[in-house]
Design a binder for this molecule. Structure first.
Ligand code: ATP
Length: 513
């Protein structure tokens, strides 16, 4: 089996070679952790966004959309806590000049110790087979006990030091554990410092009068400050939700995993406003509903898991991540947070305006509680793209690279291919395209032998290839080839629309939720 790093390298190079993702400003050697979506990437990304939007806004009478500006009044970020608390602890290596997240260095070290314990467990499992009792082994084997105790001690101490803002102790921990720069092995570290992740910018023409602004680090605050505007103008009744997709910016300290962690990325967020006391019911509902949305894409149930947070952010009373099995392991894909009334109350306090809802059934005013679902569009892209990319060995021993994207998300739904470039076949192909393009993204390709054209469409993730041949001229039939099974059927031209529609319509996919 291919190694994880190789799979990941493959994903990155396929994304570039087939026009999905390019490094930003590549002619200048790129900009770290910033990427551009190319001709096929932009379609895939748009389809994911639309799939989310439809499931949220179109399918729910009580959820409406919003498109708030990226630039917001700077007090927004005081109120939200981002100016004071949106920090990561960073540490520099004096020799290599490389910068790291101090907490991640310690966590990775703890994880390594965990892996040692796991190795002992796996070895014993292999030795004892069915008779192996894991529970008994981990509580009696001296080595495993020692490893797990050490791991626990490290994680607890890190949690305590970060919780108390004791950065000197984080540094002491790194030294005591003799953690070295993962790239160079040097242990020559600076002090640990807090680093604010917000990008600053300025509004105004002259330096003296300019106002300091931030590029939004999350889309959520645009929703909170508009909560009452939307509620009143839309005559919304609690419970209701506001959904938004848009860019967010974070000056991430370490951004090395392609589009998993970028400095400019896109979020798809929905804030659901509920009566105080009803937030846990809503939280459970959205956890389950969001997982169903992911599962509807058919990437495999085993690739998702929940991670419930023990350490909660300053605004939350419950939080969970939906983690996905990326090529580099299980990592956060989406967050579901019960944010209490923290944000709306903070905006009331800082703005001096009331952000309350009059509940006609209870006959009282209150600040609603909020349950948030927040998924990174780029991380969704990576999850879908990486999981769909397959190397297959065919019956005749040859191999093919195929991007088995969920058909509903595929950038191009069908490619129309004249068998040869003459005898009127290109003209018939063009006519088919003229007819289909009103409903679907379709492509035309006449270059190379038809087998190579099939392979190219496989690598682009196109679910259908329609081949026009000499028989078409006689009986108005074509062959339609299915990407995943490579099965070919002879069908009437007039049947094409129905066949494609059935496989790609958002309705059919969303109904699986
Ligand atoms: P992480 O722990 O990975 O830094 P987070 O917990 O800070 O993520 P949230 O603030 O909950 O993330 O943001 C919601 C979603 O936005 C995440 O689940 C993720 O999909 C996406 N996201 C966050 N930061 C980035 C980033 N730098 N690049 C791409 N997507 C991101």
């Amino acid at each position: 089996m291919a190694k994880q790093e190789d799979i990941f390298k493959n994903v990155v190079s396929h994304a570039k070679e087939y026009g999905f993702i390019f490094p930003s400003s590549e002619v200048y050697d790129g900009l770290s952790a910033v990427y551009d979506y190319a001709q096929n990437g932009v379609e895939l990304k748009k389809n994911i966004r639309e799939y989310w939007w439809k499931s949220m806004v179109q399918m729910n009478e009580n959820i409406v959309g919003l498109d708030a500006a990226i630039l917001m009044h700077p007090t927004t970020w005081k109120a939200s806590g981002h100016v004071d608390a949106f920090n990561d602890p960073l540490i520099d290596n004096k020799d290599s000049k490389k910068r790291y997240r101090a907490d991640v260095l310690v966590e990775d070290h703890a994880e390594k110790i965990h892996q040692k314990a796991q190795k002992e467990i796996d070895k014993a499992k292999a030795r004892f087979g069915d008779a192996f009792n894991e529970q008994e082994f981990v509580t009696t084997n001296a080595r495993v006990i020692e490893y797990l105790a050490k791991e626990k001690e490290i994680r607890e101490r890190l949690g305590r030091s970060l919780g108390n803002g004791d950065l000197a102790d984080v540094k002491a921990l790194i030294e005591e554990l003799e953690i070295a720069d993962p790239e160079t092995g040097s242990k020559n570290w600076t002090e640990v410092k807090q680093f604010n992740l917000m990008f600053g910018t300025k509004l105004g023409a002259s330096a003296e009068n300019a106002m300091d602004l931030y590029l939004r680090p999350e889309t959520a605050q645009g929703i909170f400050v508009n909560f009452l505007n939307v509620q009143k103008s839309g005559r919304m009744k609690v419970p209701f939700g506001i959904a938004q997709t848009g860019k967010a910016f974070r000056n991430e300290i370490v951004a090395r995993q392609f589009i998993f962690r970028m400095r400019e990325f896109e979020q798809m967020e929905m804030q659901f406003f509920v009566r105080p006391g009803e937030e846990m019911k809503s939280y459970e509902y959205w956890k389950e509903t969001r997982l169903k949305w992911h599962l509807s894409l058919g990437l495999g149930k085993e690739n998702y898991r929940f991670h419930d947070h023990e350490k909660l952010a300053h605004y939350a009373n419950a939080a969970a991540d939906i983690e996905f099995n990326f090529p580099f392991g299980f990592k956060e894909l989406e967050g579901i947070h019960s944010r209490t009334d923290f944000d709306l109350k903070a905006h009331e306090e800082y703005s001096g305006r009331k952000l309350q809802y009059f509940d006609p059934e209870l006959n009282e005013n209150y600040v609603p509680y909020v349950v948030e679902t927040s998924v990174g569009l780029d991380r969704m892209f990576l999850a879908v793209f990486a999981t769909s990319l397959k190397e297959e060995t065919l019956e005749d021993g040859s191999t093919r690279t195929v991007l088995k994207l969920p058909a509903v998300l595929a950038p191009t739904k069908a490619a129309v291919l004249p068998l040869v470039k003459k005898d009127g076949l290109p003209e018939v192909s063009r006519k088919i395209i003229e007819d289909l393009k009103w409903d679907f993204n379709v492509a035309y390709d006449e270059k190379d032998a038809v087998g190579r054209r099939y392979r190219r469409q496989d690598a682009l993730g196109t679910p259908f290839c329609i081949t026009v041949d000499h028989q078409t001229l006689e009986d108005e039939t074509v062959t339609i080839r299915h990407r995943d099974t490579m099965k070919q059927d002879r069908v009437k031209i007039t049947e094409l629309r129905g066949i494609i529609e059935n496989e790609v319509s958002m309705k059919n996919w969303l109904m699986k939720m």
